[in-house]
Design a protein around this ligand. Structure first.
Ligand code: HEM
Length: 425
């Protein structure tokens, strides 16, 4: 029962209603409740965005949705001994919780200040905060279908799409096992970091006894625009990132490059996509001592405007044939944008949705920072093609890939259904 139904207790929606009406401070559940409500409702009014993205739909939200500012990405392993029924129950529970949280409601049906004899249904730190554009995107890793030990724990082995297999090793990979692979993933994106963290915290709590966190990543500052309505943000090398990205407005490009079509199958993946996550450490200190002209040569674009070095403005198509006074191409042969461009990658376009991260510093006093690269594509082989093309990328001198994972992202959830229902047939 929600508190709206019970008439007592605190809920996110109840507090927001009060904040919206300018009535903060009205009694919600006795004097204590009123005091809390006054403080929280004031904070809600001053902070965050009330954007709500629908949880249900043809595709999961969080892919072509305009990229929000904050990320909490989490990867889980299903616990030893958990059964197929346990896994199905978890997916049902996650669906119910995700539906509520993305609408700006507290996670459970019960009140936060309910029975003093039980832990509250919701951990409470998002009380009074609006939905903040929260999207929750769920995925299945290759080891969910066949475990690392090779057993068919959940009777899913013959349901694994052939495209879904562990990524090959790439030149220069320095992968850390603790940041690699995993059975299940949840990408939480929101315009308020507390809302994204609250979502992952509560979904981890719901998983207790069935699945455990394997690794996770916080991201601040999107490094991609996924809609023409957004300004292009910058990555930690200070360059505009996302200029040539696939955008939500390009329906045919999405159909061609991002969504799994009926012809491709399997049926349970139609309308879904594949997600590649790469944690890429950036050697910030070396980059910051590099001459501007070298930085621009490495990327192939100008730092201020983000224009291709062949000329024009940010959205001018690069001309890779154009030469300068020395007869060398204006966009270097090893420039990142040349090697990542569809012209040299069988026309492949990825939908990039990455985030800047800083995880403090390392023991040598260097920033432990980089790009948490996320890309959606209709086949992980597309990522593999581009990443292999980047083997001679001039950027590699300043990068180390330390984490890696791939997931099948099923289609959107219909009203009344649950994530992955079609997978379990
Ligand atoms: C820390 C690592 C990386 C940095 C700093 C970086 C930076 C950039 C920048 C500044 C651009 C130009 C602006 C734009 O069109 O977005 C760009 C473009 C691009 N990047 Fe990266 N990138 C990184 C890693 C990757 C990886 C791992 C891939 C895929 C395997 C990739 C794929 C692309 C693609 C497809 C483009 C668009 C190329 C075009 O069509 O013009 N990037 N990147």
């Amino acid at each position: 029962m929600t508190d709206d139904e019970s008439g007592r207790g605190l809920s996110r929606r109840g507090l927001l209603g009060l904040a919206g009406a300018g009535a903060a401070g009205l009694a919600l559940g006795g004097a204590g409740g009123a005091a809390v409500a006054a403080g929280i409702a004031g904070a809600a009014a001053a902070n965050g965005t009330s954007t709500v993205y629908p949880f249900h739909g043809e595709h999961q939200a969080g892919i072509s949705t305009p990229a929000q500012d904050r990320l909490h990405f989490a990867v889980f392993d299903v616990d030893a001994g958990a059964s197929r029924d346990d896994l199905i129950q978890l997916l049902k529970d996650w669906t119910a919780a995700a539906r509520r949280m993305t609408a700006g409601d507290e996670v459970g049906g019960g009140a936060v200040d309910g029975s003093p004899l039980a832990p509250p249904d919701d951990t409470g730190e998002a009380l009074g905060l609006p939905a903040s554009g929260l999207t929750l995107t769920f995925g299945f890793g290759p080891t969910l279908f066949t475990s690392a030990e090779g057993d068919d724990r959940f009777g899913l082995a013959d349901r694994r799409p052939p495209e879904l297999e562990a990524l090959p090793r790439f030149r220069g990979d320095a992968l850390v096992p603790q940041l690699t692979g995993g059975d299940l993933c949840i990408q939480a994106c929101a315009d308020d970091p507390q809302v994204a963290v609250h979502a992952i915290r509560n979904l981890s709590r719901i998983a207790f006894g069935t699945a455990s966190l394997r690794w996770s990543q916080l991201g601040f500052g999107r490094t991609s625009s996924t809609s023409t309505s957004q300004a292009t943000p910058r990555n930690l090398f200070g360059f505009k990132d996302g200029t040539a990205n696939v955008k939500a407005e390009e329906q045919s490009a999405l159909a061609e490059n991002v969504w799994v079509g009926a012809k491709q199958g399997p049926e349970w993946m139609v309308g879904g996509s594949y997600l590649v996550a790469r944690k890429i450490r950036m050697v910030i200190e070396s980059w910051d001592r590099t001459r501007l002209e070298e930085q621009e040569r490495v990327i192939g674009r100008s730092k201020g405007e983000g224009a291709p070095l062949s000329g024009g403005t940010e959205f001018t198509e690069p001309d890779f044939t154009r030469k300068g006074a020395t007869d060398a191409p204006l966009i270097d042969r090893d420039a990142h944008v040349r090697l990542a461009h569809p012209d040299v990658n069988d026309g492949i376009r990825l939908l990039r949705r990455g985030y800047n991260y800083v995880d403090g510093n390392d023991s040598l006093g260097r920033l432990d920072a980089g790009l948490f690269f996320l890309s959606y594509q209709s086949d992980p082989a597309h990522f593999v093609t581009v990443q292999r093309s980047l083997a001679s990328d001039a950027l590699n001198e300043y990068l180390k890939h330390v984490g890696s994972a791939v997931f099948a992202i099923p289609a959107g959830v219909a009203e009344g259904a649950w994530i992955g229902r079609e997978l379990f047939g």
